[in-house]
Design a protein around this ligand. Structure first.
Ligand SMILES: [Zn+2]
Length: 257
């Protein structure tokens, strides 16, 4: 009894002194803002990112660039000139897990070569539909990419963030893609969950910027609100970087499909 009482007294004393209780891992939290598919309406993110001093990663399908519903090559150049990352997402948004290797390789390598021939330095890739297996990973690596991103694997119950560096850079894990009904508070929760569980990498993947034009959309006002919330967190260590900044590594030369 005396020992227990003594322990309780010691714990109370420590608490009163404000000494740290069991150490928390002090890893930084890094947020990457990503846009998939090169949708025309996502171009309006550029000005909002710029006014917040942030850069995003845009994963585009070069087979669709310049058509009526996607961004133009000039708009991609605008994004790139402003410091955003241009990245690959296959030529025509194919589920490469279901393709024969030669066809998957064409979809991934030719898309990357198109980006390179337009003056970009694509280092990052995202799997359409988040669908991949070990064969898909091998294709993405062989085409010269430094990473491949899925659409799941981070949740608020067990895995609170991707690790830095990731365990498998060709199987990057993310929280659920924000949808039309996803609140800003829910998205912010993905970031604070990481901050509160040792830090790590939180990739926020968007598709459309509009009011209800697509199931996977965020309004301009909500995107603005998210950036307004994120910006001051840099002072306490939560920063926004592109995928390539987090992954690092060289820009690899183009590979013949
Ligand atoms: Zn996509």
């Amino acid at each position: 009894m005396r020992n227990l009482a003594g322990l309780a007294a010691a714990a109370l004393a420590l608490g009163c002194l404000g000494l740290p209780l069991p150490a928390e891992a002090a890893t930084q939290t890094v947020v990457t803002i990503q846009f998939d598919d090169g949708n025309a309406d996502a171009y309006q993110a550029l000005s909002m990112l710029s006014t917040h001093g942030m850069h995003a990663t845009f994963y585009v399908n070069t087979g669709f660039i310049g058509d009526s519903t996607h961004m133009s090559w000039t708009q991609l150049q605008d994004l790139y000139t402003a410091g955003n990352e241009l990245a690959g997402h296959t030529l025509t948004h194919q589920n490469i897990k279901k393709l024969k290797t030669a066809d998957a390789r064409y979809q991934v390598c030719q898309d990357r070569d198109n980006l390179i021939s337009h003056g970009f330095q694509p280092e990052s890739f995202a799997y359409p539909f988040g669908s991949f297996d070990s064969g898909s990973e091998a294709v993405v690596q062989a085409c010269g990419y430094n990473s491949g991103r899925g659409v799941s694997g981070v949740n608020d119950t067990r895995v609170f963030a991707e690790t830095i560096p990731p365990a498998d850079p060709y199987a990057l894990r993310t929280p659920p893609d924000p949808k039309q009904g996803t609140t800003v508070a829910t998205i912010e929760g993905y970031v604070t969950a990481a901050e509160q569980h040792g830090g790590g990498w939180v990739q926020l993947t968007f598709h459309h910027v509009c009011s209800g034009c697509d199931a996977y959309s965020i309004t301009g006002a909500n995107f603005q609100a998210l950036l307004d919330w994120l910006q001051p967190r840099a002072a306490s260590g939560t920063v926004v970087q592109t995928t390539a900044q987090v992954i690092g590594g060289p820009f690899n030369p183009p590979v013949t499909p």
